[in-house]
Design a protein around this ligand. Structure first.
Ligand code: C2O
Ligand code: CU
Ligand code: CU
Length: 570
């Protein structure tokens, strides 16, 4: 690694200055309502010379396509796992049924197709998707698997904002990686090299007008203190889950793992100049990820507590019809009212040291226990408005994320959130305690629409290392008024044609019954197709199944009882 740094310094010192940059890669786009995503092991030439790097990617050689979806649409995902390992794909920030969520419970075995679908209810903003297999999340994200989701809605579309993808509306996925001497990625939480859209030393040509950057902190651990090399101000227009009321002008902003912001920066009149987007991480405190400088040990890296480039911008000619000013207002957010909360749930974050029977000193835990995939910490009644009050005795800061909902931050140590965080969030940074005083963070969320006693939602630290080590918990949203027909024993079905080809039809003889989950396995018992809450009317597409005998397991919706039968494909 040191050799590479010396090489970079040499290039900087020589006249090859232009050559030090690589043109930034932009993820492809997919739009519509049906999305085919194939997760696979692959290769990419990530370093200019030498070996290709073994990566994981969705449809391409790393990362994945940016999905454009519209609020109000029903979107269907065809997720094919072509990895040699099981995985999951989680739609981070999306409000959807737990069985579609892609958390650690929705495991997709190798060579299996998983078909979740949902109605998009999220506000226009930038979301993302990534693997979430317990104890494998760090590894699979480190390999490069993930992607952005851009939600459009009527409110955002009515604003005069840059909206031409890759021209004046530019996605930026921030992460860092450690490459070994044979150009392979090491599984470490902090990398030595900044990667912007999977590009080392990235540069990009932009027009001299208002630019919109959609920035995801997709790092395993590091926070980035974002700003420009000339100290210019920029305006934040979204938090994780939607537009802010109005653009918030700043010169620096700290983005923690899992968080997104969209920013506007005005380059009007700057044709022919350059500016760098940077991480001013020398300004981060020692207990914010990336603010520490570890000379050696498992966390040693070259980017700790220093400033470094994220993206070199070459500003060129304006496009036709450029946006040249910022809107003054964006939307009107109605934040949840604490007076309407049904309950305050009190959670703790602590170091595992001193907790009997648990781990070494480096792990962090929620509610004094490690994650247990079979244990639901909370039953949230459907429709509840809840305050979650998190008290942290950890000296280290943790980005806390919850599935299912977007929330409003009420306070951090008694102080109301800054304007850039006063809208909808799904990650909140819980700073380390100060001296002996624990940190207290409160947020409020409403748990609407989807109740499911079987499939839980997760909450966890979004530092993947901490999450994999057990800094996670789960809750179910339960519908108190739903009656489960527990006496139901019979689930009579018709399944036809048999033998089947291309399409398989499943029909319940009892019209009150419907499918909660259908799984098709081959004769060896390997899962081939996973269909959460399938819409059975049009038949199940089985055209990708080869000839043979298959088992189909059907879980009925009300009773949650299952039956298994067989059919033949020919
Ligand atoms: Cu982006 Cu549960 O995670
Ligand atoms: Cu999530
Ligand atoms: Cu953490």
């Amino acid at each position: 690694m040191r050799v590479k740094i010396i090489l970079v310094l040499f290039l900087l010192g020589s006249n090859l200055c232009k050559a030090q940059y690589n043109n930034m890669w932009i993820p492809d786009t997919l739009s519509g309502t049906n999305f085919n995503l194939t997760i696979k092991d692959t290769f990419a030439q990530m370093i200019n010379t030498g070996n290709q790097t073994i990566t994981g990617g969705i449809n391409g050689q790393f990362w994945g396509p940016t999905l454009f979806i519209n609020k109000g649409d029903v979107v269907h995902m065809n997720v094919t796992n072509k990895l040699n390992d099981s995985t999951t794909l989680h739609w981070h920030g999306m409000h959807l049924p737990a069985v579609m969520d892609g958390g650690p419970h929705q495991v997709i075995p190798p060579n299996t197709v998983w078909q979740p679908y949902w109605t998009v209810t999220n506000n226009a903003a930038t979301y993302w998707y990534h693997p979430h297999l317990h104890e494998m999340t760090e590894e699979q994200i480190t390999k490069g698997i993930g992607g952005l989701i851009i939600v459009r809605d009527a409110v955002e579309s009515a604003l005069a904002l840059p909206r031409t993808y890759s021209v004046d509306d530019i996605p930026l996925v921030l992460t860092d990686r450690d490459f070994n001497t044979s150009n392979q990625i090491s599984m470490v939480p902090y990398g030595d090299s900044m990667l912007t859209n999977m590009t080392l030393r990235a540069q990009y040509n932009v027009p001299a007008q208002v630019l919109r950057f959609r920035i995801l902190n997709g790092a395993i651990e590091r926070s980035y203190n974002i700003g420009f090399s000339d100290g210019r101000s920029f305006s934040i227009i979204t938090s994780d889950g939607g537009l802010l009321d109005a653009p918030v002008s700043v010169t620096k902003y700290i983005l923690h793992a899992g968080e997104r912001i969209e920013i506007l920066v005005n380059c009007t009149g700057q044709n022919g100049t350059t500016v760098d987007l940077k991480a001013f991480n020398s300004l981060l405190g020692g207990f914010v990820a990336g603010g520490e400088s570890f000379p050696n040990g498992p966390f040693a890296n070259y980017l700790g507590h220093i400033d470094f480039n994220i993206l070199h911008l070459n500003i060129g000619a304006q496009t036709a019809n450029p946006i040249t000013t910022f809107p003054t207002t964006l939307t009107t957010n109605t934040v949840l009212n604490a007076a309407n909360a049904n309950i305050t749930r009190k959670l703790t974050i602590s170091d595992s040291a001193g907790v009997p029977g648990i781990l070494g000193p480096n792990a962090f835990i929620i509610n004094h226990k490690l994650f247990d995939i079979n244990y639901n910490e909370y039953q949230v009644p459907l429709g509840n408005t809840e305050i979650w009050e998190i008290t942290s005795s950890s000296v280290f800061g943790h980005p806390f994320h919850i599935h299912d909902v977007e929330f409003n931050i009420i306070s951090v140590n008694g102080v109301a959130p800054v304007a850039a965080q006063a809208g909808w969030k799904d990650v909140v940074f819980i700073p380390g305690k100060t001296g002996n005083t624990n940190t207290v963070v409160k947020f409020i969320a409403k748990f609407e629409d989807y109740a499911d006693a079987l499939h839980p939602f997760m909450y966890h630290c979004h530092i993947s290392l901490h999450e994999d080590e057990g800094m996670m918990g789960q809750f179910v949203v339960a519908n108190p008024s739903a009656v489960n027909d527990i006496n139901q024993v019979d689930i009579p079905i018709f399944i036809y044609p048999n033998p089947a080809k291309d399409k398989l039809f499943i029909e319940f003889k009892d019209p009150n019954q419907s499918a909660y989950y259908v799984t098709i396995l081959d004769a060896m018992g390997r899962t081939k197709l996973m269909l959460p809450k399938p819409e059975l009317g049009n038949g199940i597409d089985i055209s990708h199944l080869s000839k043979g005998v298959y088992h189909v397991s059907i879980i009925e919706n009300k009773s949650k009882k299952s039956i298994t039968t067989t059919f033949t494909v020919n």
